[in-house]
Design a protein. Structure first.
Length: 411
């Protein structure tokens, strides 16, 4: 029996059913494979499960809040249901993590976690879906004929929002890639949404499978990078790659634009720099960040292959879903747009210092979830000019929230 239940870091969304509001609990890491739906009373109890409260404490808190006594047996049933679904930090959860990690380790490929969910699973339907992104409102129009006579891109900033919402921005980014000389090595810097602890950079040796084929990882490069980088352990949290979408979506669009032959990728998840935002310390001065930049630069400088650096990122996350007290309405959207465009001016100049200072000035009030990968890209490509291809904001009225995103080409 779990004496003091502690709920893991999971997502909670309000859901309306037959005029009633429920809360959907979902584990974005995929360790808990199925979401669960609970009522508002149960959600109140879940919010108290921080590892310090026993059943009697939970019972007393419920009575204070609702003026009713909930039977201890019902609280125990809720605790057991949460544990059965792997939503509690417990021995059962740790065993599940071990089993998932072993299964992931045995597979030389990282399976496409969101195929059939965020994008079509069948290749023919997927190609039709991506083609439709080009004709979406705000899209670039016709798919350009691939060319190899255009100057190679040094970098690309593309979204990681669900392609069904940000398809036009993906189309702009990868249309640009089609008109340039093909890269032979692609460093993909993805936002690590679920990482925790001091490790900021997480690599994988695994190839990224997509419905359009397998995008191959340069394992020898990744191994050399891990051996060179002594300010962290690049494979310590490799399991984070299993369900993280920020690199998956870039691998998907690379496979669509370039096929799967003639280039290799370096998939790197980048964790939060939030502590540096709060302290005002420029990330490059943190040994973990500075050491990674130095190591990756050294490996890239030794390369003879044409190299492209992609950051799979979104920009602002505002509104009640993301912890703000206010709703994301049109006025908030206009504020986000103006602030984003001002931030993008730093990207266009290739100025990582200005980029970070712009976010730190208000302690990241817009919650730029792509801060870390974008800063890393800008440091690698310092002084490279960029061109804005598209900026957009996805409004989410049901949660009174909004997410902004953009595509930029870096020369």
């Amino acid at each position: 029996m779990i004496e003091k239940p502690k709920v893991r870091a999971v997502e909670a969304f309000p859901v309306e059913q037959q005029g009633q509001t429920y809360i959907l609990l979902r584990d974005p890491s995929g360790i808990a494979p199925e979401p669960i739906l609970i009522g508002m009373g149960a959600y109140f109890l879940v919010a108290q499960m921080d590892g310090t409260n026993e059943r009697l404490d939970l019972q007393a808190a419920f009575t204070r809040r609702f003026g009713e006594i909930i039977p201890s047996e019902q609280i125990q049933q809720l605790i057991e249901a949460l544990d059965q679904a792997y939503f509690l930090e417990s021995a059962r959860y740790l065993e599940r993590v071990r089993a998932v990690a072993e299964e992931f380790a045995r597979n030389p490929e990282r399976p496409p976690a969101l195929a059939g969910l965020a994008y079509e699973k069948e290749p023919a339907q997927l190609r039709e879906q991506i083609a439709a992104f080009f004709s979406h409102p705000g899209g670039p129009g016709q798919i350009p004929t691939p060319r190899s006579d255009g100057a190679a891109l040094s970098g690309l900033i593309a979204p990681h929002i669900d392609p069904r919402r940000g398809g036009a921005a993906y189309a702009h980014a990868y249309a640009e890639l089609l008109t340039r000389e093909r890269p032979e090595l692609v460093v993909i810097l993805g936002t690590s949404h679920y990482g925790a602890g001091p490790q900021l950079f997480t690599a994988t040796r695994k190839d990224y499978a997509t419905p359009l084929g397998v995008v191959r990882t340069d394992r020898e490069f990744v191994e050399r990078l891990a051996a060179r980088y002594n300010a962290g352990a690049l494979f310590e949290q490799e399991l984070l790659h299993r369900n993280e979408h920020s690199i998956e979506f870039q691998a998907l669009f690379l496979a669509w634009a370039l096929g799967t032959i003639g280039y290799q990728v370096i998939p790197i998840l980048v964790g939060s720099f939030h502590e540096m935002v709060l302290s005002g310390e420029t990330p490059a001065y943190d040994p973990r960040v500075g050491g990674f930049l130095e190591s990756l630069r050294a490996e890239l400088e030794a390369e003879s292959r044409r190299t492209l650096v992609i950051a799979g990122v979104d920009f602002a996350h505002v509104g009640k879903k993301f912890g703000d007290s206010y709703s994301a309405d049109e006025k908030v959207a206009e504020w986000v747009k103006q602030e984003d465009l001002a931030l993008i001016e730093n990207i266009k100049r290739g100025d990582p210092d200005g980029f970070f200072a712009d976010i730190a000035k208000d302690r990241d009030a817009r919650k730029i979830c792509g801060l870390s990968p974008m800063y890393t890209l800008l440091e690698l490509l310092r002084d490279h000019p960029a061109r804005l291809l598209m900026h957009d904001i996805a409004m989410e009225p049901q949660t009174e929230s909004a997410v902004s995103f953009a595509s930029l080409a870096i020369e």
